[in-house]
Write a protein that binds this ligand. Structure first.
Ligand code: PLP
Length: 409
């Protein structure tokens, strides 16, 4: 065997072998053939809830799984690497991640700025907690930076100190784009910490921490796991002391993920790069089909030059993503005809899985929002949101055309 061959057969393990590799490569291969795994290529799953102490002097590296677990910590390491953060905590859901972020960064009676068109569950926790007096919340169209700047220091016409500026970009379901770097600058100037919900892009398409955010939160349920068989979340922090505080609070309130869910998510993460590329190709085909069909009155996708956030998305993201929304001529009746007999796309909430999904935000994902909040956010009855999967593109186009023809009839 030549020396070149022997280099090629050197296992990718240990810090030395991984030095010099990209964050993407290191993140996606975290734990592969690690030296402490009996030569197992794939990291084992540690289900044990507790770990033995050798004696009374000194704690073991792991003691009780609510705080830390070897499998979950491996996923945390992968997420911190992919997001360019200094540490991550893996939670039992995306909402647990948002709850953890709020508990850690917002004191009792503190003030939060959130997008007026944020995910319905985020809207619900902030609305509920504002009603119980836990915090105050201002819903802001964050694409309007002047309005955002004003809102950071003034609430209900009185001066306010904002504790947390929460950004969600692209937004759900209209895919509005917020300027992360500018929002971080404005938030910090006002003394707030700034977090970005990176669920829609994943670290493959957007790096909020490199643009100045203090935290990234995500629903790992979506692209990160990618196979629609885990509900999970993560909080990644830019600064080590913030990462430590988040990990501490996660143990205090008990929102960490189960090891098995973490193991599945780590398995899903292995193919994230490959999946995102097929999602992207398929989405272009789907968008072309929608644009060409008379049943469709509007398409919201940042990849389109007439989308208001197109230029910003082109600068800030590494691709427009595979989430889009569109409106049908003919209102709710047309939506019913589109869905009745739909093949190839499943009517379901969630997004970012290998399978193509459609949902009706008005009555499904955003149902918890008040009629006024929906109207403010632009969520109409004739809107359909789509998460384009990785199935054969020709089949997706055929099924979509069939459904659009029905909607137009
Ligand atoms: N953030 C965004 C943007 C979401 O779309 C979702 C869920 O759809 C969440 C957070 C909440 O995540 P989970 O459902 O994993 O709790």
């Amino acid at each position: 065997m030549s020396s070149e061959d022997s280099q090629l057969t050197t296992p990718l393990s240990g810090t030395e072998a991984r030095n010099g590799l990209s964050e993407l490569m290191r993140g996606l291969t975290t734990g592969i053939a690690a030296p402490d795994q009996h030569s197992a290529v794939v990291p084992p799953l540690y289900l044990s809830t507790n770990y033995a102490f050798a004696g009374l002097d000194g704690r073991p590296a792991f003691d009780y799984s609510r705080g830390h677990n070897p499998t979950r910590d491996l996923l945390a390491e992968a997420m911190a690497t992919l997001e360019h953060g200094s540490g991550a905590t893996i939670t039992s859901s995306g909402m647990a991640a948002i709850t953890l972020l709020l508990e850690t960064t917002v004191p009792i009676g503190g003030h939060v700025i959130a997008p007026h068109d944020c995910y319905g569950g985020t809207w619900r926790i902030l609305d509920t907690w504002s009603q119980t007096g836990r915090l105050t919340v201002d819903w802001v169209d964050q694409t309007d930076l002047g309005g955002l700047k004003h809102a950071l220091t003034s609430f209900d016409d009185a001066p306010v100190q904002t504790d947390l500026l929460l950004v969600e970009t692209p937004s759900n379901p209209l895919l509005r784009i917020t300027d992360i770097a500018e929002a971080a600058r404005l938030g910090h100037a006002a003394g707030a910490v700034m977090a970005v919900d990176n669920t829609f892009c994943s670290p493959l398409l957007q790096h909020p921490l490199l643009l100045g955010a203090d935290y990234v939160v995500a629903s790992d349920t979506k692209f990160l796991n990618g196979h629609s068989d885990v509900v999970g979340g993560s909080v990644v922090s830019a600064a080590p002391e913030r990462a430590e505080r988040i990990a501490y609070m996660a143990n205090v309130i008990g929102v960490t993920a189960s090891p098995f869910d973490a193991w599945l998510t780590l398995r899903g993460l292995r193919t994230l790069d490959a999946r995102i590329r097929v999602h992207a190709d398929n989405t272009r085909r789907v968008v072309d089909t929608l644009l060409a069909h008379p049943a469709v009155s509007a398409v919201y996708w940042p990849g389109l030059p007439d989308h208001p956030g197109h230029d910003l998305a082109a600068r800030q993201q590494d691709g427009p993503g595979s989430l889009l929304s569109f409106e049908l001529n003919g209102g709710l009746d047309a939506v019913r005809r589109f869905l009745d007999g739909l093949r190839g796309f499943t009517l379901a909430e969630s997004l970012g899985g290998v399978e193509s999904l459609v949902c009706h935000p008005f009555s499904m994902t955003h149902a918890a929002m008040s009629e006024k909040a929906k109207a403010d956010a632009g969520v109409t009855e004739s809107m359909i949101r789509m998460s384009v999967g990785i199935e054969p593109a020709a089949d997706l186009v055929a099924c979509l055309t069939e459904a659009l023809d029905r909607a137009a009839a």
